[in-house]
Design a protein around this ligand. Structure first.
Ligand code: ADP
Length: 216
């Protein structure tokens, strides 16, 4: 409820911050307004807990800032709380079968895994569209030929925050991020395994945003 402050309300906050405790009469004087003209702004700001009114003393700037905690709660939410299930495809799957999986699972991107079930690539709708307008036989061509591959895959972990995920999606202009858990490989290979344990998409983030809007 504190998001859309008017210019005048912001000005009032500044005045109270610098001069508190301050009466409404003094605030009105600084703004060249009547006290009556300020009444609704002051009640908005006190209801939003930005200002506190003490009878016979005046207005204080609320150092409590509980409204800001709501934003921490929003941006600080962990990936594990908002992720969806990932759909993975084996590297030897054909482009054709991958497209079928995309439709069956009603999903925009698929993650590609190797024999050890470690993440090795991502394939998006446009990657698949692009190859279908070429000459190749998509029933014979393995998806690994067209995927975006490691080490260029942008990933997140369960404990990362929604803000970190949203920043990556914006920075790299992509729709989804695999959520991975890094495990040590077998003694022989000593290669780390990027186990896919979910995905975060623009939709997940939009949903959190909408839920937050409904809550306040
Ligand atoms: P689309 O290509 O359908 O618009 P994206 O915007 O998600 O979907 O993908 C854009 C490009 O980025 C594609 O080539 C895709 O393979 C690649 N890509 C998608 N997700 C990732 C990711 N998490 N890390 C690295 N590359 C990605």
């Amino acid at each position: 409820m504190t998001i859309n402050l008017t210019e005048r309300q912001q000005r009032i906050i500044e005045i109270v911050k610098d001069n508190d405790p301050i009466t409404s009469k003094e605030i009105a004087k600084q703004l060249n307004l009547s006290r009556g003209a300020l009444r609704s702004d002051l009640s908005v700001l006190t209801m939003a807990n930005i200002l506190e009114a003490k009878p016979r003393v005046g207005y204080f700037y609320s150092r409590d800032n509980s409204y800001l905690r709501d934003f921490d709660e929003l941006y600080g939410q962990k990936i594990k709380e908002i992720k969806s299930a990932a759909v993975v495809v084996k590297e030897e799957a054909s482009v054709y079968d991958t497209i079928v999986t995309l439709f069956l699972k009603d999903i925009g991107s698929l993650f590609i895994i190797d024999q050890q079930e470690s993440l090795i690539g991502v394939v998006s709708r446009k990657d698949l569209l692009k190859i279908t307008i070429g000459e190749g036989d998509i029933k014979k061509m393995p998806v690994s030929v067209i995927m975006t591959r490691m080490p260029n895959i942008i990933t997140v972990k369960d404990e990362d925050t929604i803000l970190e995920a949203a920043k990556l999606i914006v920075k790299y202009k992509i729709d989804s991020l695999p959520v991975v858990k890094i495990e040590e490989g077998s003694a022989e290979s000593d290669q780390q395994i990027y186990r896919v344990i979910g995905r975060v998409t623009k939709t997940n983030i939009a949903r959190v945003f909408v839920d937050f809007g409904l809550k306040i």
